[in-house]
Design a protein around this ligand. Structure first.
Ligand code: PGA
Length: 242
């Protein structure tokens, strides 16, 4: 089973969301496809998606409800039709000043309510240059999972320098990052079965297959290319090829 998650980020209007969703066919056999529109477009997308494509959120609150202006909680996301939420995307880490402690609370909020968290981890360009990629990835995973019993989880290896830059990781970079992430999850949860691990960062139809064929990824987290129906459909189709 390969997993493709589209992250629309802060893009789209109601009309654009409806048009994009209506242009997507049902996923090929053996491919799990989820799209993550902006929160205010979840309902527009929900009404226009073909059967078989699921909805996700780009973020989730650490709290369950109450006097928290601006927060959107896991129960609200489930009610809106979401099955998963991205947690710890690097844009939220950097622009929203989210640290691993907050990200850990968000994961636990997902688990309290049965929403699947997709935990994003990745090194910056400077960390890659100074050779600390493996340590950064292991520390991000270890800090967030510390003390948590095994629970449903997908991981996403998203090198920060590859996101939105057009400069994707090589399949070798991907394989190494995913191996480090898998080892860190296994250290936190020694008795648990392996969790799916996606690759994200400048994925497009011409490079995607290498991430699962040679890079060891269980699928892709797709940003920019998920806004282009033809490109996103092509990635989903390629994920279905043996
Ligand atoms: P990108 O974004 O595909 O536009 O590089 C990926 C992501 O941010 O998840």
């Amino acid at each position: 089973m390969r997993r493709i998650v589209g992250n629309w980020k802060a893009n789209g209007s109601t009309a654009q969301a409806q048009a994009l969703c209506a242009a997507l066919p049902a996923p090929p056999a053996g491919v799990d496809v989820t799209v993550c529109p902006p929160l205010c477009l979840l309902w527009a997308a929900r009404g226009s998606l073909p059967p078989g494509i699921r909805l996700g959120a780009q973020d989730v609150s650490r709290v369950d409800g109450g006097a928290f202006t601006g927060e959107v909680t896991a129960p609200m996301l489930l009610d809106a039709g979401c099955v998963l939420a991205l947690v710890g995307h690097s844009e939220r880490r950097q622009q929203g000043a989210e640290d691993d402690a907050l990200i850990g609370l968000k994961l636990r909020a997902c688990w309290r309510h049965g929403l699947l968290p997709v935990l994003c981890v990745g090194e910056t360009a400077a960390q890659r240059r100074d050779g600390s990629t493996d340590a950064v990835l292991a520390a991000q995973v270890g800090r967030v999972l510390a003390g948590a019993p095994p629970a449903p989880l997908w991981m996403a290896y998203e090198p920060v320098w590859a996101i939105g830059t057009g400069q994707a990781a090589t399949p070798e970079d991907c394989a190494r990052g995913i191996a480090v992430i898998r080892a860190a999850v296994a250290e936190a949860w020694p008795a648990a079965p392996p969790v799916p691990c996606l690759y994200g960062g400048s994925v497009h139809p011409a490079n995607c297959a290498a991430f699962w064929r040679e890079g060891g990824a269980d699928g892709a987290l797709v940003g920019g290319a998920s806004l282009d129906a033809a490109a996103f459909v092509a990635i989903c189709r390629l994920a279905g090829d043996a």
